[in-house]
Design a protein around this ligand. Structure first.
Ligand code: NAD
Length: 485
């Protein structure tokens, strides 16, 4: 397969990094397959990009809502036309299954179309004025937005940041994850081909240094970040108090199973939430809290289903779970499995590297299920972000709630029950921004606000959904207007 020589987009030109340094990206299912080489950006590249972005911001802010909507809609169409090719590239670069990658490419176009519509809905308010005048609020773009993104949804997460940022009339400095640079390149290519002024977007490949330089620069008016809580805290400190930061970060998401649950259904919900996307979803299920009456039969079912998952290259038909995305992911997962055993949890299945059957050069692990996980164990507290699931046992609903809430994170939680009263009580009392009843913790709708509580989010602005998502990218002025006579 051919590899791609990726480039940064700076001042409307595709260009190498100032330092000339590059990094390479390999297929996580096959280390021999070089996806491409991409520039390793630094502060010098951020410096080079910002003056043109300021010009691009002015040009794009002056564009009509019709034009902004047209560009976003056209970019969505271009991605749709290339969906099959793009999904295959996404499998190759990140390691999803083809079905997961196809769903992601589809959602990305939908996101862009959704925000195309939002371009027309930017509105302020008017207020009564005593003197026959007018008081109104006026919303305008913030200027240059920094978008720093993770690798696990390399198209959809950027699209739900860049989409609203552009719909609101801003320019965007896009710093994607170094794990998925090709997808970032494809998204920016589509926006340019759709007619976005080339100075209204900059693409800077690279890692933390480039992200930190972008976050620290006062010319970047607002920084939207999705990634780990550790990096998010660093970004927040760099942005400081007088610029905007929106942070969506890690999770340690529980699912509570009550005694009335259909256990076959509950097991399927758990397995999808825990091992879909190879467990590399921020909303992925990492803890099961089962009531004592159903704990053992549920555990048996989950262990059986996990053991049956076909793990392999996401392009292969019949594969349920692809590889982990990167070496550091594989090391982290194997390390947590070892620590879990050392801490005394019972490894019921999986947790080992898989190398046979064409998987010799890939980052494959068997989905792991632990039983006997205690609240103080690292398995119960730390985000693993891989296919590792821990079972905890609760005596009753109150204890289940307590165990579910025993985490610094607050991204997603779930409950499986037929008891509507308990479901509603759980939704009210669970300290997470997303609550699922009889559904996997993963999977969210494009038009619904999304964001965490606790250490999962800055809780400043929600992502994903109309007005709440747009507000981050708009600043507001209050205008008092009186007649002179
Ligand atoms: P990460 O924090 O390592 O990196 C995210 C992005 O931040 C990357 O572009 C990275 O280069 C950049 N970065 C890292 N350190 C930085 C720094 N000091 N300053 C500026 N930029 C910096 O995360 P990741 O490994 O790419 O993604 C996995 C993490 O993302 C998990 O913790 C997961 O839970 C989280 N995530 C959260 C959500 C959500 O919506 N809450 C969604 C997806 C992923």
């Amino acid at each position: 397969m051919t590899s791609t020589s990726g480039l940064n987009l700076v001042a409307g030109q595709w260009t190498a990094a100032h330092s000339g340094k590059v990094f390479s990206r390999r297929n996580p299912a096959d280390d021999d397959d070089l996806v491409g080489e991409f520039p390793e950006s630094s502060m010098a590249d951020v410096e080079a990009a910002l003056p043109a972005l300021a010009e691009g911001a002015a040009e794009w802010a002056a564009a009509s809502a019709d034009r902004r909507a047209e560009v976003l809609g056209r970019a969505a169409g271009l991605l749709e036309e290339r969906r099959a090719e793009l999904a295959a590239e996404l499998v190759r670069e990140e390691g999803k299954t083809l079905a997961e990658a196809t769903a992601e490419t589809t959602r990305t176009s939908l996101n862009l179309r959704f925000y195309a519509g939002e371009a027309h809905r930017v509105a302020g308010a008017s207020y009564p004025a005593d003197d026959g005048g007018l008081v109104y609020t006026w919303r305008e773009p913030v200027g240059v937005v920094g978008a720093i993104t993770p690798w696990n949804f390399p198209l959809t997460i950027p699209s739900r940041k860049i989409g609203p940022a552009l719909a609101a009339g801003n320019a965007v400095l896009f710093k994607p994850s170094p794990v998925t640079p090709l997808m970032a390149q494809r998204l920016v290519e589509a926006l340019l081909a759709a007619g976005l002024p080339s100075r209204a977007v900059a693409l800077l490949h690279g890692g933390a240094a480039a992200g930190a330089a972008a976050a620290a620069d006062p010319r970047v008016a607002a920084v939207t970040f999705t990634g780990s809580t550790t990096a998010g805290r660093a970004v927040h400190a760099l942005v400081g108090p007088s610029r905007r930061a929106q942070l969506e970060m890690g999770g340690k998401n529980p699912v509570v199973i009550l005694q009335d649950a259909d256990l076959d259904r509950a097991a399927r919900i758990i397995v999808k939430g825990a091992f879909g996307l190879s467990g590399q979803a921020c909303t992925g299920t990492s803890r099961v809290i089962a009531l004592r009456q159903v704990h053992d039969p549920l555990l048996d079912r989950v262990v059986e289903l996990a053991g049956k998952l076909a793990v392999g290259d996401g392009m292969r038909p019949g594969v349920d779970m692809g590889p982990l995305a990167a070496d550091f992911q594989l090391r982290k997962v194997l390390d947590h499995v070892r620590v879990g055993q050392e801490e005394g949890a019972d490894l019921m299945t999986g947790g080992h590297r898989l190398t046979g059957g064409g998987r010799e050069r890939g980052l494959f692990v068997a989905p792991a299920v632990f039983a006997g996980v205690c609240p103080e164990m690292r398995l119960a507290r730390e985000e693993i972000f891989g296919p590792v699931l821990g079972f905890q046992c609760a005596a009753d609903f109150e204890e289940a709630l307590e165990l579910a809430a025993a985490t610094e994170y607050g991204l997603a939680s779930g409950i499986v029950t037929r008891d509507l009263g308990k479901a509603l009580a759980f939704a009210r009392r669970s300290p997470s921004g997303l609550v699922k009843v009889n559904q996997p913790t993963t999977g969210t709708a494009m038009n619904v606000p999304f964001g965490g509580l606790g250490e999962s989010s800055s809780q400043t602005f929600k992502e994903q959904a109309g007005p709440t998502a747009m507000l981050f990218y708009l600043r507001e002025k209050s205008v008092y207007l009186s007649p002179l006579d």
